[in-house]
Design a protein around this ligand. Structure first.
Ligand code: AKG
Length: 271
């Protein structure tokens, strides 16, 4: 699979969500799963000081999740989020799959250099997890909005284990809170807009990929099963995007185009 068909593209534009099916081999998926567990357990040859790592909450409440700061926070599988995975050779190689390159160039323009705003592991550990409130993926410090997230199920995602829920087509409403720093909805906005009749469950099998428009309203619940629900979520953007607060490029992590990161350069010698 190297490019989307016209009908796939039209469906993505209309619904803001497209199920792509499996992109990587089962072997590659097994390696990514093993790798993320090794990272959590502190036994991977990666630069932990460069990775943002957040522990899961004990209460299931979003506001109780641990601080999102660089560095390892203990050998446990109870991490909620791990970011900066473009600096891991296995995750980077996956992110550079031709189908993702084709999709980025279709969305942002054929010559546009592409960076990742974030390459993150999102986890709902077995029997726990943290509720993620309804939101759009946006950050008002950026001078232009990233528009594409590629979401890959590392484990099968179901209603029981806290799969993503979304409102198809909701990206067409534009930004709901354009002046807010992030895209989270107020409780009132969520009750008015995210009614059960509009919600679609993004249930996925292991290895399945979904393309998500960043403005599609989405949320996810806690994990009520005895198995983890691991996922890999990459937000791709125009590499020229500026962080207006820092007055600097929003990301140095070019994925497609001149100066793109190379998996071989990300290898770290085991200590
Ligand atoms: O995996 C989840 O539960 C949420 C993921 C999400 O919000 C995202 O990828 O933007």
């Amino acid at each position: 699979m190297t490019g989307l068909s016209t009908s796939q593209w039209e469906a993505f534009e209309a619904r803001g969500i497209l199920r792509l099916g499996k992109v990587a081999s089962d072997r590659q998926m097994d390696a990514l799963r093993q790798r993320i567990d090794d990272i959590m357990l502190g036994r991977a040859a990666v630069n932990y000081d460069r990775m943002l790592m957040q522990l899961d909450s004990d209460s299931g409440k979003y506001e109780d999740a641990g601080p999102q700061t660089p560095g390892h926070k203990g050998a446990t599988l109870n991490y909620r989020k791990i970011q900066d995975l473009e600096f891991d050779p296995l995750f980077l190689a996956y992110m550079q799959h031709p189908i993702f390159e084709d999709t980025c160039h279709r969305l942002y323009g054929p010559q546009t250099p592409i960076a990742c705003y974030r390459a993150m592991f999102m986890n709902k550990p077995a029997g726990r997890g943290t509720f993620l409130p309804w939101h759009q993926d946006r950050w008002n410090v950026l001078d232009r909005d990233p528009l594409l997230t590629v979401y890959t199920a590392l484990d099968s995602a179901t209603a029981e284990n806290g799969c993503v829920q979304l409102i198809p087509g909701s990206h067409q409403m534009g930004l709901i809170n354009p002046d807010h720093g992030s895209g989270f909805l107020t409780t009132e906005q969520a009750s008015a807009r995210c009614t059960p009749d509009k919600v679609e469950l993004l249930e996925l099998q292991v290895g399945e990929v979904a393309l998500l428009h960043n403005w599609v309203l989405h949320a996810s619940d806690v994990n009520r099963s005895q198995h983890s629900r691991r996922a890999f979520s990459v937000c791709y953007m125009d590499a020229r995007t500026m962080d207006m607060r820092a007055k600097a490029l929003a990301s140095q992590s070019v994925i497609f185009g001149a100066g793109a990161l190379r998996p071989a350069d990300q290898r770290v010698e085991q200590a």
